[in-house]
Design a protein around this ligand. Sequence first.
Ligand code: GLN
Length: 487
Amino acid sequence: MSVLLPKLATAAQLARAVLARETKPQDLLNSALGRIEAAHDLNALISLNEGAAEQAQQVENRVAAGETLPLAGVPIIVKDNINVTGTRTTCGSRILGNYVSPYTATAAQRLQDAGAVIVGKANMDEFAMGSSTESSAQGPTLNPWDKGRVPGGSSGGSAVAVAAGLTPVSLGSDTGGSVRQPAALCGVYGLKPTYGRVSRYGLVAYASSLDQIGPFARSAEDLALLMNVIAGHDPRDATSLEAPPKFAAGTPDGLRGLRVGVIRESLAGNTAGVQRTLDDTLSALKAAGASVGEVSLPELKYAIAAYYLIAMPEASSNLARYDGMVYGQRVSGSDLMESMTLTREQGFGREVQRRIMIGTYALSSGYYDAYYSKAMKVRRLLADEFNAAFGQYDVLLTPTSPFPAFRTGEKTADPLAMYAADVDTVAINLAGLPALSVPAGFEEVDGVKLPIGMQFIAPALKDELLVGLAGGLEGIGAVKMESPAGY
Ligand code: GLN
C-alpha cells in the first residue's frame, strides 16, 4: 500500500508518522519518487540513489526493533558534490560524469544513521561555481515559481527539491552563498553554518577555506532536526570544531530584546520588492520587541573582489587532481601531457576553466602579493568589522539577494554580473560566520509572484541563535513559506 502523505508534510511530521507506524519508509520513498517523476521538467536531480529502497527497508527494520530514529524514513536529496557510496558524484561536471563514490560523506552518513533515506543527488553549477545552476553539464535547473527563471545557485537543485516539495529537506553546500541565495530565490530556508560546524569530509572541495554543507528546509523545526544530526565534531575533517549541536526552533519570546543591526552597505541596489520585504521584516521584529539599528561595515565594498581572489586560487589548486589519471573521464592523447590537456579541455566547462586560469594567475609569482595576499588581508579586516558589529548587535540583517530570481540566460554572457549576484552573501564565508536565509516576502515581476529572502547573520558558533530566531519569526507570521502553483 502506498500512502501519499500530504504534500507539505515536514521532515519532523514524516519521522513521527513512521515512528508511530502510521506509514512506512518505503511508502515515503515511493511518494518522493513519484513527485520527482512528476517534476521531471525542473531538472532538479542528476541521479537517483539505486540503494534507496534497501536503505528504506533497513530503516523499517530498525524502527521495528524499537530504535527512535530522529529522521525515521525521511526522504532527502543531497547535492551532487556530496559523496554517497554507490551513487554517481558528478559535481555537475563532464569530468566526473562516470565517477561513482567509493565512500560516504560524514554529513550524509549521519543522515542515514538517523534514519533518513537519500533518494537522489541534486543538480548544481559545475563544481559549485555559479549563482544560477546553469553551468551544470546536465543543463539548467528551472525555478518552480517561473520556469523561465533560474533557481539561484550553485545548490539550485537542492533548493528546488524543497521548494517544489519533492522532499521536505535537502543538503547543499555554501562557499559564497550557494545555499542561502538559491533558498531566497526559491522561497525556502537555507542555512550556512559556522565554518567547521558541519564536517566537509566527503564534500568535493571547491574552495576549502570557505566550503560548508548546509540544509534547506520549510520549517524551523526541520532546520533544528537536521542540524542536530549533521553538525558536530568529525575527526576526519581537520577544520571540524568541537561544538555539540543544540538546535531548537525558538518562540516569539526569544525576539524580545534581540538587538538586530541592518548592514547599511546592503541597502543600496535592491529592487522595490526586496526593500519592502526588508521593511516588513523590521516592522515585525520591532512589534515583537526587538530593537533595530543600522551598522556600517565599510570593508564590504571589497568583499566580492576578495572572495573571488581567494575562491579561484583555492579552486585552481583543488581542481588540479582532475587530470584523467585517477578520477573520472579520461581523453587519451599521444603522451601524458596531451592526455591531461585534452581531459581538462573537454572535461571542464567554460566557467571552471576561467576560474582555474584566473586562480592560477592570482597565485603566480609576481602577482601573488598584489592579488591573493591582498585579498587575504581584506578577509581579516572584514572579519574584524563583523566582530566589532557584534559588540553592538546580536544578529545582523541584510537581504539575501538584491533581486528575486532572474531570467535563465540573463547573466550567462557576463561573468561579472553573475558574480555580483553574491554581493550580500560572500563576506559571511570570508569571515567564517553562520547565516540563515529566511523566506520573508514576494515581489511580482511581469505578473509572476517571486519569493524574496532575508539573511540573518550571527557570531561564529551561534548557529543555534539563527534557528531559534526562525522559530520566533514563524510565530509572529514573518516567515512567508508558500508553494509555487502546481507543486
Ligand atoms: N556563486 C559563488 C561562486 O560562484 C558561490 C558559490 C558557492 O557558494 N558554492 O563562487
